[in-house]
Write a protein that binds this ligand. Sequence first.
Ligand code: MN
Length: 417
Amino acid sequence: MPLMTSWVPGANSPDTDFPLNNLPYGVFSTDEMDERCGVAIGDMIFDCARAEEEGLIALSDSPLFDVPFWNEVMEAGPEVWAALRARLVELLGDEANRDAVAPLLVPMAEAVLHMPMLVSEYTDFYAGRHHATNVGTMFRGAENALPPNWLHIPIGYNGRASSVVVSGTDVRRPWGQLKSPDHDLPAFLPCRRFDLELEMGAIVGTASEGPVTVTEANEMIFGYVLLNDWSARDIQAWEYQPLGPFQAKATATTISPWIVTRAALEPFKCDTPEREFELLDHLKDAGPMLYDIDLRVTLAPEGKPATEIAHTNYREMYYSSAQQLAHHTTSGCPMTPGDLLGSGTISGAEKHERGSLLELSWGGKEPLTLDSGETRTFLEDGDTLTLTGAALGDGYRIGFGPCTGKVLPALEDPYAR
Ligand code: MN
């Protein structure tokens, strides 16, 4: 699909994350305006709340943009999603609408971005084969790297919606109970092995009551964001057996501010990899449901330039988000608009394609050297991590906007009060 041209400044640039082909959904405010829903286009944000007030968008009997989150649009369902996208293409693509629409554009440079939706629940999966193999090799040895269930179901755990934050939010190093290998007993200390996980987040747009098929699950997905699943590896290593991660993953999960829709990503869909075991019927592949999305991670020490530490692609996943969502419903578990599903860490086969410091430094044994000359095994206080991602078209990119966060030092003692 070629670039769709727009009259909005910056929208036809090959460097922008937000050409007319994209039209991602976010929430913004300015010094003069309260938080409201908007659409990124070039260097600008189109004010959906005002567009609805002025009758430029009229998609349902009750207002969709009277609240500063996208959940009401999600609940309105796929027909409204398609109608909204078609209307936005008209308004922002057709020069004839310029006089009516231009006053509703806000320069992105003047805006503060907020959480794009209310996160109802958050589930994190473990569906990247290279990541699971790397971590399993480190923890259990190469012979037992993949657990016996791994090639048959997308395994995951229920995370915390309450600590999902938008890009730009600082993240404080947690304290927790950890046990170093050379001690017999655990101690309560600040995390020493604080890490990132490069993931994609799928946002559920419509509710389910009973089990759904993979095809139905795909139709339920409203869009995707970048996701950093901050991970305290030393807390995780001590607590995870047998129920999986708990406090190691509860400090924060950062998402990028713009929800990129399935419609925008449609030209970039691709197949899941060859199956070693045939999947059972309820998880069988039902057409291409992964996406070719170029993903990068940079790390910038306090006051220093950023170094790219990882470069991989979403198509490396073994299970699609649609398969993860279908699996999530097999028990009858109801899914609701605003549910967030983390893909699992996305790593490729090569060393520079690994989506966590745990893998990049091989459990801390092989420090990385940054452009500043400093080395890293895990995150230091003051480090800023930035995830970026884009589907690369011919002369344009479908980008997500940065997913960034800075590590603040641990509190002196969280129980000293
Ligand atoms: Mn994760």
